[in-house]
Design a protein around this ligand. Structure first.
Ligand code: SAM
Length: 235
């Protein structure tokens, strides 16, 4: 019998990613920081006892923004080229029967803020506000398999040079005072060319794209294979 289960989130994560577009496909492709705030039932400092002994953590979470769309048995895998598909259980698709994700992130420690423990992490690929259903230590002897196969014919993730226009440079400087990691974060996110895969062939694209990071709207273009940030403005 297929027994139903019911889980509820232990907390939520705050991240710089305010929309799905341009979030890296996996953790640690950008040094994006996150803060996990626990719900009152779990906000006992004892839950994190010993966590500083682990450099990395697994976050289990819910793809809450897309869960209502349901699941698909197979998904298009642009990085396999053209219309090739992978089964849902052979992929990290967000459209799963149980819409759960898992990401390994760096552990940046627990701080007590207003009497509540807040767990700081880095390298997230999660939308701001994502419900966290569990946190576990990453255990190298079990979780790191050197001899694993990983569809090595996947197209590599693009790595385009990123520069800032004359208009964007002073804006970058201004907003970096509140967000010291801004230049590094914009560069890491955009160098992966977050445009839809079918546009990747267009290396001189007139369209201006927009990405929301923190409270900022970043306007950028792909010109002669490189990314140019055109403007950085408050939302
Ligand atoms: N590392 C996780 C995994 O393998 O289960 C997630 C991989 S999934 C391919 C990463 C993408 O999930 C991101 O690029 C973003 O578009 C999407 N995403 C992140 N947080 C989400 C959320 N709360 N709801 C829906 N989609 C989300």
């Amino acid at each position: 019998m297929n027994t139903p289960f019911s889980f509820s989130a232990v907390g939520t994560i705050t991240t710089p990613f305010k929309q799905k577009f341009a979030i890296p496909r996996q953790p640690n492709l950008a040094r994006a920081k996150g803060q996990i705030h626990l719900y009152p039932d779990y906000a006992d400092p004892q839950v994190f006892k010993g966590i500083d002994g682990f450099s990395h953590l697994w976050l289990l979470f819910v793809f809450h923004q897309t869960m209502e769309r349901g699941w698909k048995p197979a998904i298009k895998a642009p990085r396999l080229g053209g219309n090739a598909t992978l089964g849902v259980f052979a992929s990290r698709s967000t459209h799963r029967p149980n819409p759960m994700g898992m990401s390994v992130v760096e552990n940046h420690g627990v701080k007590i803020i207003n009497g509540q423990p807040v767990l700081n992490v880095c390298g997230v690929d999660l939308l701001c506000g994502t419900p966290i259903i569990d946190i576990k230590p990453y255990i190298r002897y079990a979780d790191s398999i050197e001899a694993s196969d990983n569809l090595d014919h996947y197209a590599p993730i693009p790595h385009r040079p990123v520069s800032f226009s004359e208009q964007a440079l002073p804006q970058l400087h201004q907003h970096s005072q509140r967000h010291p990691d801004l230049a590094a974060l914009i560069t890491a996110v955009l160098q992966q060319d977050p445009r839809p895969a079918y546009r990747h062939k267009n290396l001189d694209d007139e369209k201006v794209y927009q990405v929301l990071l923190y409270d900022l709207d970043i306007a950028w273009q792909v010109r002669e294979s490189a990314i140019i940030v055109q403007a950085i403005e408050l939302v």
